[in-house]
Design a protein around this ligand. Structure first.
Ligand code: UD1
Ligand code: CA
Length: 454
């Protein structure tokens, strides 16, 4: 059956104490709402409607790229009222599935169970058993176990408050039925709101089966209402990603200390030490080792490469058998070819290091084109910036740059050239020659150190 999904995201999220609308809070590198939309789209719906309201145009403006229809709920008069805003655009013959923008970790198979039941004509409601059900709507079942209704915490009697089965808020049914029930909703309750769960009692009254489907685990229906719950959701996600990586053969020194805020693809026998953060899209080849405390964003790293502790790698292509760090920083648009070495306190920006080249200590290499088998001595700086423009440094294959050299760009160092230590290069250095630019050493024989005067 064709499917329309309605995601409720108009609430304020007061308990976040944040200027950011709740559904824009980040979870694992994506906003809460993006995560829900992402899961929703895996069900291949014909349309996704997002009901927004609190925070105004901030939400659709921040998430313009999402393939959804934005529906404004100008006043937040309850979950039932929110669905009413979207329903006119949904055809009768569709199934409608209602999701919440602040319940981000639901699994696709669970939603599929709701849809299968709704396709058979039921009003399918997702429930869960919680050890602490306070705040939630409670599921009322009769002696035969059939769902008869839902009572909100604020409207429940003391006996009803002892029920530990809760309404997650996720529901699915045929749109024609939903439309007729929504038209009959009233706001005669403690909160003067139009409650979506009130349609359950209407279904029961009409003899429509209400199918209370239990979630596989409580974590997939956990809502995010405050920063505590956001941290719990982050931990759940971390656990899921870590166990998925380990199942694919990755060694994690501690699965509780890895953060993947995006996509991480790994080859065989990859090993990741503690406290590493992966962002965007990262691809690690076979037998790559990542040391502790690495931050790696949008990188490709070749087979057998080792990244030692405390490195930051951002938007770089890194070859095979490369050694990086400890304490190295590789900035965007950099390429390190196979067998290159970039050591401690070396910063590389928008530069290309050819195969086998080494910059092992204390350097800045920016806007540089470095050939193969080049040795960059400790403390070498490419002076790429004149205060206004950036300029390129070109270093030929096999060049040797002595320690503490400054290469004032634009400049070219020829193939096989040698630059003496401490040189400031301001003109091109020819191939296969030694270039030096520094004051000549003097020795003053018989010179005496000054003595202390009393
Ligand atoms: C709702 C359910 C409750 C359930 C709980 C699960 C109702 C009346 N109650 O309660 O049975 O146990 O969720 O978390 O539905 N929203 C709008 N517009 C509104 C009101 C809410 O878009 O006018 C959105 C919110 O942004 C949120 C979702 O609907 O994503 C749930 O709203 P919330 O106010 O958190 O409902 P609860 O009182 O928690
Ligand atoms: Ca809520």
């Amino acid at each position: 059956m064709p499917l329309s999904i309605v995601i409720l995201a108009a609430g304020q999220g007061k308990r976040m104490h944040s200027d950011l609308p709740k559904v824009l809070q980040p979870l694992g590198g994506m906003t809460l709402l993006e995560r829900v939309v992402h899961t929703a789209t895996t069900l291949k719906p014909d349309a996704v409607h997002v009901v927004y309201g609190h925070g105004g145009e901030q939400v659709p403006a921040a998430l313009k790229h999402l393939p959804v229809r934005w529906v404004l709920q100008a006043e937040q008069l309850g979950t039932g009222h929110a669905v009413m805003q979207a329903i006119p655009a949904i055809p009768d013959e569709h199934l409608t599935l209602v999701l919440y923008g602040d319940v981000p970790l639901v699994h696709k198979p669970t939603l599929q169970r709701l849809l299968d039941s709704a396709a058979r004509g039921a009003l399918a409601v997702l429930t869960a058993h919680l050890t602490d059900a306070s705040g939630y709507g409670r599921v009322l079942r009769d002696e035969e176990g059939l769902v008869r209704g839902i009572v909100e915490h604020k409207d429940a009697t003391p006996v009803q408050l002892r029920i530990d089965e809760i309404n997650t808020g996720f529901m699915a049914c045929r749109t024609s039925m939903l439309r007729s029930w929504l038209a009959k909703l009233r706001n005669h309750n403690t909160q003067k709101e139009y409650y979506l769960p009130d349609i359950i009692a209407m279904a029961v009254a009409e003899g429509v089966l209400v199918d209370g489907i239990e979630a596989t685990n409580a974590s997939e229906v956990a809502g995010v209402n405050d920063h505590q719950q956001l941290a719990v959701a982050e931990a759940t996600l971390r656990q899921r990603i870590a166990s998925d990586l380990m199942q694919r053969g990755v060694t994690l020194r501690d699965p509780a200390r890895i953060d993947v805020r995006g996509r991480l693809d790994c080859g065989r026998d990859v090993c990741i030490d503690i406290n590493c953060v992966f962002e965007g899209s990262v691809r690690l080849g076979n037998r790559v080792h990542i040391g502790p405390n690495a931050v790696i964003r949008d990188c490709e790293i070749g087979d057998d490469t080792q990244v030692f502790s405390n490195c930051v790698l951002d938007d770089a292509r890194i070859g095979a058998r490369v050694r990086i760090g400890p304490f190295a920083r590789i900035r965007p648009e950099s390429q390190l070819a196979d067998e290159t070495h970039v050591g401690n306190f070396v910063e590389v920006k928008k530069s290309h290091l050819g195969k086998g080249s080494k910059a092992n200590h204390l350097s800045y290499l920016g806007d540089a084109e470095i050939g193969r088998d080049v040795n960059i001595g400790a403390g070498t700086i490419t002076c790429n910036y004149d205060g206004v423009n950036k300029h390129r440094t070109i270093i030929g294959d096999g060049a040797f740059i002595g320690s503490n050299s400054a290469l004032v760009a634009p400049v070219t160092i020829g193939k096989g050239a040698t630059i003496g230590a401490g040189t400031v290069i301001t003109q091109d250095a020819p191939a296969d020659a030694l270039s030096l630019a520094r004051a000549e050493q003097k020795t003053i024989l018989g010179w005496k150190r000054p003595k202390k005067t009393l």
